[in-house]
Design a protein around this ligand. Structure first.
Ligand SMILES: Nc1ncnc2c1ncn2[C@@H]1O[C@H](COP(=O)(O)OP(=O)(O)OP(=O)(O)O)[C@@H](O)[C@H]1O
Ligand SMILES: [Mg+2]
Length: 356
């Protein structure tokens, strides 16, 4: 049975009553006012629906080929810790070559989901299939080609990055001679002989990515890879993720910041209270949830005043100026319009975050 689930109290209560072939058209009944509404989408797509009659909001996943060509398929995963329902009936799939962002606030269940996917903890119910192998019954095969960056990790402070990566090579049965190249790939070559104990947080994070690269995996699961880093390091880590993907890797990473996943992910799944409440491209989700990414532009001649020209641009939700920083919350498609209008009226554009 297909459901249309309520985002507010997580009741599963709108029931599909008819269905046709691709693109999927679905008639749904609002559980609150019984109004019949029609929704159209791709097989496997999850959308957010507002009942036009009473305003009830819920999500609905179209039936169909969501697991086609999936390199990772998570089906009905649930995990509770005593009375905390950390992950509840979670299903999603990631296609080969995708960058998939798992987005959600603190405590949403992202880390628990990742640990379940990797077989580090066992689900109460549900399955994870990676490259066609069930993580429960074929763990070694399923994990064979995966690079993992945990949310929290520590390295031996007295080792150099070279010794650290050689150590991971030994653990994974990979020849140690690849270590210098992996360190270079993440840009730590200048610090190759320094002790890890002297590294900044950003450098440690890059070493974590180098560790995940050991064995040349084609799937990466990164738990909050940019957490706690400043804008410069976030940019560097994002570039590494992009580079891996450009070389053909499939990437799943978690984050609690929509702006951060913008321009990087093909699709985003939003988790809240253990459930996947929406899944789509960042832009579509932004429109549906009325969440717009925030653009931060450094403008040396801003002088803390919001430029008049921005008032005539549709699609800007909020704008504020502070000294030489302009913060614009707007639809992703409006970004280039904002920058062009500022340049045209004589503002010098400096640093833009996130980069386009
Ligand atoms: N081992 C555990 N024992 C008890 N409760 C746990 C355990 N692991 C996670 N939880 C609880 O499960 C819920 C989900 O936690 P999880 O770490 O998966 O969230 P998260 O989305 O990764 O959050 P964050 O963004 O803060 O990292 C939280 O309420 C957390 O306290
Ligand atoms: Mg977490």
């Amino acid at each position: 049975m297909n459901y249309f689930s309520n985002l507010i109290n997580n009741n599963l209560n709108l029931v599909a009553i008819t269905m046709s072939q691709t693109p999927v058209t679905q008639k749904l009944k609002c559980p609150k006012c019984q109004h019949i509404l029609q929704a159209q989408g791709q097989p496997g797509q999850q959308i957010i629906i507002n009942c036009p009659n009473c305003g009830f909001q819920g999500s609905f996943r179209f039936p169909g080929a969501q697991h086609d060509h999936a390199i990772i398929s998570v089906q009905n995963l649930s995990k509770s810790f005593k009375d905390v329902h950390a992950v509840q009936n979670l299903s999603f799939s990631v296609q080969k070559g995708e960058i998939y962002g798992l987005l959600g606030p603190n405590g949403a269940g992202k880390t628990t989901t990742i640990k379940l996917m990797l077989g580090l903890i066992h689900p109460d119910s549900g399955t994870t299939i990676i490259n066609g192998h069930d993580i429960k019954t074929q763990e070694i095969l399923a994990k064979h080609n995966i690079g993992f960056l945990p949310e929290r990790f520590t390295f031996y402070e007295n080792l150099t990055p070279l010794q650290t990566i050689q150590f991971f090579c030994e653990l994974k049965g990979v020849k140690k001679s690849v270590a210098p190249q992996l360190i270079e790939e993440v840009g730590l070559q200048d610090a190759i002989d320094r002790k890890v104990g002297t590294f900044s947080k950003g450098m440690v994070q890059l070493l974590g990515i180098a560790q995940a690269l050991v064995g040349n995996p084609d799937v990466f699961i990164l738990d909050e890879p940019t957490s706690g880093l400043d804008a410069r390091w976030i940019k560097i880590v994002r570039e590494k993720i992009k580079m891996l993907n450009d070389h053909g890797a499939t990437i799943i990473f978690s984050s609690h910041n929509l702006t951060e996943v913008e321009n990087l992910c093909n699709r985003v799944g939003i988790m809240n209270q253990g459930r996947l409440i929406a899944q789509d491209t960042v832009e579509n989700l932004g429109k549906l949830l009325h969440i717009y990414p925030r653009l931060e532009i450094t403008i040396p001649n801003l002088n803390g005043v919001v430029p008049e020209v921005l008032k005539s641009i549709d699609g800007i939700q909020h704008v504020e100026a502070y000294e030489n920083i302009l913060r614009v919350t707007c639809a992703a498609g409006t970004r280039s319009q904002v920058i062009a209008a500022l340049e045209k009226t004589g503002f010098k554009i400096g640093f833009i975050q996130p980069p386009g």
